[in-house]
Design a protein around this ligand. Structure first.
Ligand SMILES: Nc1ncnc2c1ncn2[C@@H]1O[C@H](COP(=O)(O)OP(=O)(O)O)[C@@H](O)[C@H]1O
Ligand SMILES: [Mg+2]
Length: 394
């Protein structure tokens, strides 16, 4: 039996909503087979984006506005799904909606005498279900946290399905799925690995620091195609200083968000770069993303891939909005080539770079609908497999 599932993603960049329509079919105990039918993107209207960013700011967030944002996003997500279904004339059976993260603290810390981790994704599933007349799976992360995990990353379940290589005769490839959204995260899948051998973690900033710097210095949302960065020079001493921070040395599993690389971090970054030309600052923010990825690969991934044998190839497959930044990609290519890693785009594997996370949440919703777990404990640190999400019925 196959189902068509709409996966809905809006990430930490708060740039907009991605909707992917995916046909999923599972036979018996096999992992599902999937086909991407369509994908669309809807930028947030400017006032909605402003509200989202304000609600992540402790000084500006008011409880009434937080409650309203939950219902507003429900409406926006439902409209985005309805438009995608209409545009492509596809009849949907189920929706999987990640929601907008307002707060994520994957590591347990002491709070009122207990050790607690916490996460909060907003966007009311009941509203989406009511508007579309469809069941909706939402709020995926808490179940993994309740199982002792960090609630992130959840995309490795899809990465494993897409990129595991079990080719025989020593021809299998080591693969790294590198997503560059607001935050950059990777999934490392050693040649022939089982799901339990997958390593996944946040490498650090993706577009978040670059975007904030562009907004501050040029009044633009992002550096289209990396043009500004290409005209600047990287401040190497700044990068060296920033990469010395505790986050980058922290062993995986580790997660990051606006809490680590948001407003305060960018304020510090701009102060360190004081006196440099605007283009140099953007080039440096871009290099920070590329080098922190390469650094994480060298420290934590290459040792997992074992001794470098010339016959074992290694690929990095890039997805997320950052895949459109050619200056960033050129820097990344230069950084990882010495490790013998080839750079590819997820588009070559049938998933457009900007659609991948939306496809992942269609897949996770499908698993939940069938009461199957879909967290990857080796990636999140959970003590057990967990069925993710909550279901709203129409
Ligand atoms: N043409 C482009 N050139 C450079 N950067 C781009 C381009 N298109 C998108 N981006 C970057 O991708 C970001 C959005 O990426 P996305 O994968 O949606 O992240 P998130 O999951 O955090 O929402 C934008 O904020 C921007 O920085
Ligand atoms: Mg986005």
């Amino acid at each position: 039996m196959s189902m068509i599932v709409a996966g809905v993603m809006s990430g930490t960049s708060a740039d907009g909503i991605n909707v992917a329509l995916v046909r999923l079919a599972a036979r018996g105990r096999e992992r599902p087979r999937h086909a991407l039918l369509a994908h669309d993107k809807y930028p947030f209207p400017a006032p909605a984006r402003r509200l989202i960013l304000e609600m992540m700011n402790a000084e500006l967030a008011r409880v009434a506005d937080l409650a309203r944002l939950n219902f507003l996003l429900g409406e926006l997500y439902a409209e985005a799904v309805a438009r995608t279904a209409r545009n492509h004339r596809v009849k949907i059976d189920l929706v999987g909606c990640h929601g907008q993260t307002l707060y994520h603290q994957g590591v347990a810390e002491r709070f009122l005498g207990r050790k607690l981790a916490a996460t909060w994704q907003t966007g009311e599933g009941a509203v989406i279900a009511a508007r579309l007349g469809l069941p909706v799976v939402s709020d995926f992360r808490p179940a993994d946290i309740a199982a002792g995990g960090k609630g992130a990353p959840l995309v490795p379940f899809l990465d494993y399905l897409l990129y595991r290589d079990h080719s025989a005769g020593g021809n299998a490839l080591n693969r790294i799925a590198q997503n560059i959204g607001g935050i950059a995260n990777l999934t490392a899948i050693p040649a022939g690995a089982s799901l339990g051998q997958v390593l996944a973690f946040d490498t650090g900033p993706g577009n978040m620091v670059m975007d904030a710097v562009m907004e501050e210095l040029f009044g633009r949302r992002y550096d289209r195609d990396g043009k500004v960065a290409a005209s600047g020079r990287v401040l190497d001493e700044v990068i060296a200083r920033l990469l010395g921070a505790r986050f980058f040395r922290q062993k995986p599993p580790r997660t990051a968000g606006r809490e680590e690389f948001g407003r305060e971090y960018v304020g510090r970054f701009l102060r360190i770069c004081h006196g440099a030309s605007k283009a140099d600052v953007v080039a440096t923010a871009t290099a920070l993303t590329a080098r922190s990825i390469a650094d994480a690969v060298r420290r934590f991934v290459m040792p997992r891939f074992g001794p470098r044998r010339p016959q074992t190839g290694c690929q990095m497959i890039v997805s997320g909005g950052g895949a459109k930044n050619s200056t960033l990609l050129a820097m990344l290519h230069k950084e990882i080539a010495p490790f013998g890693i080839e750079l590819h785009f997820s588009d070559e594997f049938g998933v457009p770079a900007e659609a991948k996370e939306a496809v992942a949440f269609a897949l996770l919703a499908h698993e939940t609908w069938h009461r199957r777990p879909s967290n990857v404990p080796s990636a999140t640190g959970a003590k057990r497999a967990a069925i993710l999400g909550k279901i709203s019925y129409a």
